[in-house]
Design a protein around this ligand. Structure first.
Ligand code: SF4
Length: 938
C-alpha cells in the first residue's frame, strides 16, 4: 500500500507581509500571510532578533484577534447613564471636536485637571511627549500596578533590570535561578533560552509558590511562602558571605562596596558616601593606603579599609553589608519557617550557586579596557544567571526584595560577565542618566520637563509649594518617594475623593480599570458612576480608547476606537521599551498589513490629530499648522534631540544608525527589512558594559547618551539614605511626622526585609491563606478574552487549592469555595493542585469577564464560572485606628501590593454562577456569531 501524499506546506497565501507581533509584550517578528487581502496564517520570522522564527500560541492566534466580533467599530458617545453601555455611533470629526472642546478649556485654565494614563501600550515616549506638551503633571503608564519595584530596584542598584532591560547569557549560563515569573512573561525569549540551557545540561531552579509553566520544567522547585523571597535571598547572602564565596575582585573594581560611608553621628552627612570636592566617592587605594577617587587610573580599591577622621572611624559599604547579612537573623535556621524552605535546602542552593559561579568559572579570549584605563586580556565568566518578575515585586516589600536579589547577583560577580545576566542596550544607564520627575504645570503651557524619573533626594519630590502632592496619583511624595512609574491604581480613587484635588477629565488608553486592572473592582465601578449633590458625575468626563469592547468601555463618555495591531503603525523605539538583545541594539515597527474594515483609527494618530487641534507645542509649527499628518509621519519626522528620532535605523541617506537626519524613506526601509533594524554590539564591548570603554563609546555613537558615563553598581543606595536623613530631621524638605518612621524603616540604603504590610494590618489567624494570580502562557492579561482560539485553552479559571487545604476542607472535584478577605468575599469553583505552597491558593489572572463585555454570550464560562480575585483586594489597607487610610502599596515605590492578599477559605454550596455576579452590560458591538469560519484555498 502506498502512503497517501500529504502536502505539509500548502500555499496558503498570495502575499506575505512582515511586521511585529502584539499578542503580548515580547514583540516577536511575524510573517503575516494574506489571501485575497485577508489574514490567512501567521508564522514567526526566522530572521528576527527576538524570536528567530519561534511563535507561541498567542502569536499564531492573532488571526482571531483581527477577526474578533468584539472589535469596536466607530467612535461612540454615551447616551445612557455611565455603566449602562448605551452609546450612539458618531463621526470622527464629531468625536475629535468633542474631545478638543473638553480639553482646550482645561489646558487654558488648569492643565492638571486632565489625568492621562495608559495601560500596557508600547508608545510611552510618544504619549508622555503629548502629555508633557499638554502641560498636565498627571501622566503615567501601567508600571505602578505591574512591576515598578523590579524596574526601580534594578535601576537604583545596577542601572538596569530584568525584562526589556536585560537577559541571561543563554549561550554560556549553566545555572539559572528564576523568581516569581509567570509563564507568559518574556515568553518566547525565555522559552528559547531555557531550551538552549537544557540542551547543554544546565540546571534551572524555580522559586515560586506555584509550580506551573517555567517552574514546572525547573530541575528544582522551591515552593516559597509568598512575600518571603527577600528573606530567603538574605539567607543565601548570609551563607555565601560566611563561606567567603563572594567575588571580592569584582566587588572592589565595579561596585561601591569599597566606598567609605560617613559615620559622623548626628551629622547631615551621616550614612552618605564620603566624596571629594568633585563629588566623586572616595576609596582607599590598597597600594598607597591613601584616599583616592574611585575612578582614578591605577587605583586598587580596598574593601576592608577603615579611615579615622576627626575621631570618627568610617567603614566601607562592604563592611556595613557584611555586618547586616552576617547577623544570625539571616541564618537559614532563622528564616526557614517563615519562608517554608528547610535550612539544609537553603544551604544547598547557596552551595550550588557558589560552586557554579566559582568552580565553573571560565574565560573568553576577548581583551577589553575598563574605565580606569586598565587593559584586561580576557573576560572572566561566572555561569550563574537570574531572572525575576512580578511574583517578587508585587508585594509591599517588593522593592527591597528586588534590591536583595540584585545584591546577590553582584556578590557572586555574575552581572555583565560571560554566563551571567547581561544588559540590553540602551541599558545599562545609571540613575544619573535618567531625568528627575517634573510636575510644575501652568495654564496654557507645557510641563517643565518629563513627568516620570528617578529621584535622587527629597528635593526631587513632586510636591507643591505648600507640600501637598502635585500629582493626582500622589506619586513621588513622602508616601512613596521612588514611584518612577506613577500609581495608576490610585488615580480613580484619588480623583473620586478629590484628594489631593479634583480633576475634570480622565483620559485612559488600553487600561481595563472597570474590571481586571483595578483593585476593589466594584468600588471602582461605583466611583466611576458616582454623582455629587448636583447630580453631576464626581469624575466629570471620561475619554477612553480601546480596540475592543472591554468592561471599561461602558464607563466612558466618549470612546475613541483603536485599531488592531495588524492595522496600524507602531514604533518600538529605543526611546522607549525597545526589542534589543544583549548583543545588539534593535528597534521595530508595525505597519498596516491590512486595512481596517471599520471606522477606527490608531490611537497614536488620534493623539497627533488632537495635539494639532489643541495647538500643543511639538504638534504644530509657529503658524499653528499641524506638524504631522499621523503617527507614521511622526515616527519618521519627529526629532527628540537633533539627529535622534523614534527610529534609530536607516537614518539620513539610509545608512546612518542612531544619529542622523530624517530619512523620508525610513519606514519603507524598515518594511523591506522585515520591520526591524538591528545593530550589533562590537565584540570588545559585549560584556562589562557599565565599565567597558568600548561599550561606552559605542553607546555614545548611537545616541544613548552624549558622553561616556561609567559608574559603579550601588550595593548601597545613597538616594534612599537621603530620605532617611530627612526623616531624621535634616534638610529643608521635611516629611510629615506620621511618615517619619516608615521612611526610616523602609528606605534603607542596604536591602532589608520586612513582612508584607497587610500581614500587620489584618488578623493573620483569621485570614491564614495567601492568595495569588498568575497570567497564563496562552493569554496576556485580558487581551485574549475575545480570541476564539485562546478561549478554548483558558475559558474558565478554577481556584487552585493545595493538598493540605483540599483535604482539611474535604473538597472534591466540582466543589465550590467561599474565599473571604478583610475586604470582601467571592464564591468560586475549586480544583486540586499538588505543586503549590501549602498555604497558598491561586487562579489565572483576568479570565473572569463581566456579562455583556467582549461580545461574549451571557452564559460564556468566563462570565459564569470565571472570576476575579480583584474583588478581595482594596487599594487601601484596613483602618488601623490612627484616623488614616494607608495605601496598599510598597512604601518605597508605590507598587500595587497585589500579592500581599490574605484570605480564609471554606467549602460552599454551588451557586448558579461565580459570586459576586454583576448584571449584564449593554454591548455596543452586539454578540459574536455562533461560528466563525474562514477557508483558505490555494
Ligand atoms: S511571545 Fe508574544 S510577541 Fe512573541 S509570538 Fe508569542 S504573543 Fe507574539
Amino acid at each position: 500500500m502506498t502512503a497517501p501524499v500529504v502536502d505539509t506546506s500548502p500555499k496558503v497565501s498570495d502575499e506575505i507581509r512582515k511586521t511585529t507581533c502584539y499578542m503580548c509584550a515580547c514583540r516577536c517578528g511575524i510573517n503575516v500571510h494574506l489571501k485575497d487581502g485577508k489574514v490567512a496564517y501567521i508564522e514567526g520570522n526566522r530572521d528576527h532578533p527576538v524570536n528567530k522564527g519561534v511563535l507561541c500560541a498567542k502569536g499564531s492566534s492573532g488571526i482571531m484577534q483581527v477577526n474578533a466580533p468584539s472589535r469596536l467599530r466607530a467612535p461612540l458617545k454615551r447616551t445612557g447613564p455611565r455603566g449602562s453601555g448605551e452609546f450612539q455611533e458618531i463621526s470622527w470629526e464629531e468625536a475629535l471636536e468633542l474631545a478638543r472642546s473638553w480639553l482646550e478649556p482645561v489646558r487654558k485654565s488648569a492643565p492638571e485637571k486632565l489625568a492621562f494614563f495608559t495601560g500596557r501600550d508600547q508608545s510611552q515616549s510618544f504619549t508622555s511627549f503629548w502629555a508633557q506638551n499638554f502641560g498636565t503633571p498627571n501622566y503615567a503608564a501601567h508600571g505602578g500596578f505591574c512591576s515598578v519595584n523590579m524596574a526601580t530596584a534594578g535601576i537604583y542598584t545596577m542601572g538596569g533590570a530584568f525584562w526589556e532591560f536585560g537577559q541571561p547569557d543563554w549561550d554560556h549560563t549553566k545555572l539559572f535561578m528564576i523568581f516569581g515569573v509567570a509563564e507568559d512573561h518574556d515568553s518566547n525569549p525565555i522559552k528559547m533560552g531555557l531550551g538552549k540551557l537544557k540542551a547543554r545540561g544546565g540546571k534551572v531552579i524555580g522559586v515560586n509558590p506555584i509550580r506551573s509553566g517555567y517552574n514546572a520544567i525547573a530541575d528544582e522547585w522551591v515552593g516559597i511562602t509568598p512575600g518571603t523571597d527577600g528573606l530567603f535571598i538574605s539567607s543565601l547572602i548570609h551563607v555565601l558571605l560566611k563561606a567567603g564565596k563572594v567575588d571580592l575582585s569584582y566587588l572592589a573594581q565595579f561596585t561601591n562596596a569599597p566606598c567609605l560611608v560617613n559615620a559622623t553621628p548626628g551629622s547631615s552627612e551621616e550614612g552618605l558616601l564620603i566624596r571629594n570636592d568633585d563629588g566623586k566617592p572616595l576609596v582607599i587605594d590598597r597600594a598607597s593606603g591613601t584616599l583616592q577617587p574611585f575612578d582614578k587610573q591605577g587605583v586598587k580599591p580596598d574593601l576592608a579599609a577603615q579611615v579615622d577622621m576627626d575621631g570618627v572611624t568610617h567603614k566601607t559599604v562592604f563592611q556595613h553589608l557584611a555586618d547586616r547579612f552576617l547577623s544570625d537573623d539571616h541564618s537559614p535556621e532563622a528564616v526557614s519557617e517563615q519562608c517554608g524552605v528547610r535550612p539544609g535546602r537553603i544551604r544547598a542552593i547557596a552551595a550550588e550557586l557558589a560552586r557554579v559561579a566559582f568552580e565553573e568559572a571560565f574565560e573568553l579570549d576577548q581583551p577589553w579596557t575598563d574605565f580606569r584605563g586598565t587593559r584586561h586580556e580576557k573576560m572572566l565568566g561566572r555561569p550563574v544567571s537570574f531572572h525575576a518578575m512580578r511574583g517578587i515585586s508585587a508585594h509591599s516589600n517588593g522593592f527591597q526584595t528586588c534590591r536583595a536579589l540584585h545584591v546577590l547577583q553582584i556578590l557572586l560577580g555574575t552581572v555583565e560577565v560571560p554566563g551571567g545576566f547581561r544588559f540590553k542596550p540602551p541599558y545599562p544607564k545609571p540613575v544619573e542618566a535618567h531625568p528627575t520627575p517634573h510636575c510644575h504645570s501652568k495654564p496654557d503651557c507645557p510641563l517643565d520637563g518629563p513627568h516620570l524619573g528617578f529621584v535622587r533626594s527629597p528635593a526631587d519630590l513632586a510636591l507643591k509649594e505648600d507640600g501637598t502632592p502635585a500629582r493626582i496619583d500622589k506619586a513621588f511624595t513622602w508616601e512613596n518617594p521612588l514611584s518612577a512609574h506613577g500609581l495608576m491604581h490610585m488615580v480613580i480613587s484619588n480623583a473620586h475623593a478629590g484628594d489631593p484635588y479634583k480633576i475634570d477629565t480622565l483620559f485612559l488608553y488600553m487600561a481595563n480599570m472597570a474590571w481586571n486592572s483595578s483593585m476593589n473592582t466594584r468600588g471602582v465601578m461605583d466611583m466611576l458612576t458616582d454623582k455629587d449633590e448636583n447630580g453631576d458625575y464626581v469624575i466629570p468626563r471620561i475619554i477612553y480608547s480601546d480596540a475592543y469592547s472591554s468592561e471599561m468601555v461602558a464607563y466612558a463618555d466618549l470612546i475613541l476606537p483603536d485599531t488592531t495591531y495588524l492595522e496600524r503603525h507602531d514604533c518600538i523605539s529605543l526611546l522607549d521599551r525597545p526589542i534589543c538583545e544583549a548583543d545588539a541594539a534593535a528597534d521595530a515597527i508595525r505597519w498596516p498589513v491590512i486595512e481596517p474594515d471599520r471606522d477606527v483609527r490608531g490611537f497614536q494618530s488620534v493623539l497627533v490629530d488632537l495635539g494639532a487641534r489643541l495647538k500643543l507645542p511639538g504638534f504644530v509649527d509657529e503658524n499653528g499648522a499641524a506638524l504631522y499628518k499621523d503617527y507614521a509621519d511622526y515616527m519618521v519626522n519627529h526629532q527628540r534631540r537633533p539627529g535622534i528620532g523614534p527610529l534609530a535605523g536607516f537614518r539620513g541617506n539610509g545608512t546612518q544608525t542612531g544619529r542622523g537626519d530624517v530619512n523620508p524613506d525610513q519606514l519603507q526601509r524598515y518594511i523591506d527589512n522585515g520591520s526591524f533594524f538591528v545593530e550589533h554590539v562590537p565584540d570588545e564591548a559585549s560584556y562589562y558594559k557599565p565599565w567597558n570603554a568600548a561599550y561606552q563609546d559605542w553607546a555614545v555613537g548611537l545616541g544613548f547618551y552624549d558622553a561616556p558615563q561609567p559608574y559603579l553598581f550601588q550595593l548601597y543606595a545613597e538616594p534612599l539614605r537621603r530620605f532617611q536623613l530627612a526623616a531624621e530631621g535634616h534638610g529643608e524638605r521635611q516629611p510629615p511626622d506620621h511618615l517619619r518612621q516608615q521612611i526610616k524603616d523602609y528606605l534603607d540604603p542596604l536591602p532589608v526585609w520586612y513582612p508584607p504590610i497587610e500581614d500587620g494590618a489584618v488578623d493573620t489567624e483569621a485570614y491564614p491563606v495567601h492568595a495569588l494570580t498568575q497570567r497564563p502562557m496562552a493569554m496576556y492579561h485580558s487581551w485574549g478574552s475575545q480570541n476564539a482560539w485562546l478561549r478554548q485553552i483558558h475559558g474558565r479559571n478554577p481556584l487552585y487549592v493545595p493538598t493540605k487545604i483540599w483535604q482539611e476542607n474535604g473538597f472534591n472535584d466540582g466543589d465550590w469555595a467561599r474565599l473571604t478577605s478583610v475586604h470582601g468575599e467571592i464564591t468560586v469553583p475549586v480544583a486540586h493542585m499538588a505543586g503549590l505552597n501549602e498555604n497558598t491558593v491561586w487562579t489565572w489572572n483576568a479570565i473572569g469577564k463581566r456579562k455583556g463585555a467582549w461580545a461574549l454570550d451571557d452564559d460564556a464560562p468566563e462570565a459564569t464560572s470565571g472570576f476575579l480575585l480583584n474583588h478581595l483586594i482594596h487599594e487601601l489597607l484596613p483602618p488601623k485606628g490612627d484616623g488614616l487610610r494607608w495605601s496598599n502599596s510598597d512604601p518605597v515605590t508605590g507598587q500595587a501590593a497585589w500579592f500581599d492578599l490574605r484570605v480564609r477559605i471554606e467549602k460552599a454550596s454551588a451557586p448558579a454562577e461565580s459570586q459576586p455576579a454583576f448584571g449584564p452590560l449593554k454591548s455596543p458591538v452586539g454578540k459574536g456569531p455562533a461560528t466563525v469560519q474562514q477557508k483558505v484555498t490555494s
